[in-house]
Design a protein around this ligand. Structure first.
Ligand SMILES: [Fe+2]
Length: 335
């Protein structure tokens, strides 16, 4: 549940004491607090100036009785960028509640995705994407409740960068449900999922954000995004990731694009990403369509997209959504 703040705090975001105490080095944001017993204060007061060394102020944060810390909203990006380096430690800390871990991971990941979409050729952005993907996987493996908790945070409005993140989270969940003992390629697969629409960074905003249906010509341009993504990432990410980027719009019946691959010619990686991709698109609000609720989205996929998805994986996905994990078919266990 989001924290409900008084109006006067609308310009601030609460940040966790746990997070602050995990970080080292120089802080890149001003840190505010509401001192104990001063809950009537209309605004938080400045506690630590940006550019302070955390080593010098850790004692103040830890021991002075302050519990409520805030940053200004405009510093959110700086905060999440800095904390990216410490997510591994946060995940491992049993004292930090799951919801708080989810919040940090989701917000950091969204921040990273924004950056890689604005500059997909940057080696630093790709490294950060690999790092956050690894952390999402570690988090997912650390606790069964992690995936649902991350998904609760997903925006109901469609943005390409959060869509990519949601598809990665759904795909990791579905992978774990189908192949619980097969983690060998999970990292490369998840990286492909989080980057699956990276080719859209090469599509004109006028087409990408057009309110309303695309014309046939515009749709033809839009359909090039898997190849654009493949070219952008060729040589920079592993073959499995490239496979997901290039083939996430292939359909089981061969009517997808860009290659019209059919059935087993589509990899299990791309098949899983395709299910997660369509489901997330249907359950988020678009300029031309309301978000469907989960039940209606699954019904649409079942009844209006006949032949698009491999049946066994689609059924596993329905079980994943309903929280009833059943054993996957035996032939999939050995894939
Ligand atoms: Fe796509």
């Amino acid at each position: 549940m989001p924290v409900k703040l008084p109006i006067a705090l609308a310009d601030y975001l609460p940040v966790s004491k746990h997070c602050l105490l995990k970080m080292y080095g120089e802080i890149t944001f001003d840190l505010y607090t509401i001192p104990p017993g001063k809950q009537h204060y209309r605004e938080p007061v400045l506690l630590v100036h940006r550019n302070s060394m955390l080593a010098n102020v850790r004692g103040v944060i830890a021991e002075s009785g302050f519990e409520n810390f805030y940053i200004r909203k405009e510093d959110q990006k700086n905060f999440h960028h800095l904390i990216e380096n410490y997510i591994g430690m946060l995940i491992d800390d049993p004292l930090i509640p799951l919801q708080e871990k989810s919040n940090i991971i989701y917000n950091c990941a969204a921040n990273v995705m924004k950056d890689i979409f604005s500059d997909p050729r940057s080696g630093d952005n790709l490294k950060r994407t690999e790092n956050i993907t690894g952390n999402i996987i570690n988090f997912a493996l650390s606790d069964q409740a992690s995936i649902p908790s991350l998904l609760e945070l997903s925006s109901h409005d469609y943005y390409t960068f959060t869509h990519c993140l949601n598809v990665a989270v759904f795909s990791i969940g579905l992978w774990q449900a189908i192949y619980p003992d097969w983690q060998q390629h999970l990292r490369d697969f998840a990286l492909g999922c989080i980057l699956h629409d990276i080719g859209k960074s090469r599509i004109d905003d006028a087409i990408l954000n057009k309110p309303g249906k695309l014309t046939a010509d515009e749709f033809a341009v839009m359909k090039k995004h898997p190849q654009y993504g493949y070219k952008l990432m060729l040589g920079a990410v592993p073959a499995i990731s490239l496979d997901v980027i290039l083939h996430h719009h292939e359909k089981h019946d061969g009517k997808g694009y860009p290659r019209g691959l059919q059935g087993d010619r589509i990899s299990d990686f791309a098949k899983i990403a395709a299910i997660a991709d369509v489901y997330d698109a249907l359950t988020t609000r678009r300029s031309y369509a309301d978000a469907r609720d989960p039940f209606k989205a699954v019904l649409t996929m079942k009844e209006e997209m006949v032949g698009h998805f491999e049946q066994d994986k689609f059924i596993s996905f329905i079980y994943l959504l309903s929280g009833k994990m059943l054993s996957p078919p035996t032939d999939q266990k050995q894939a």
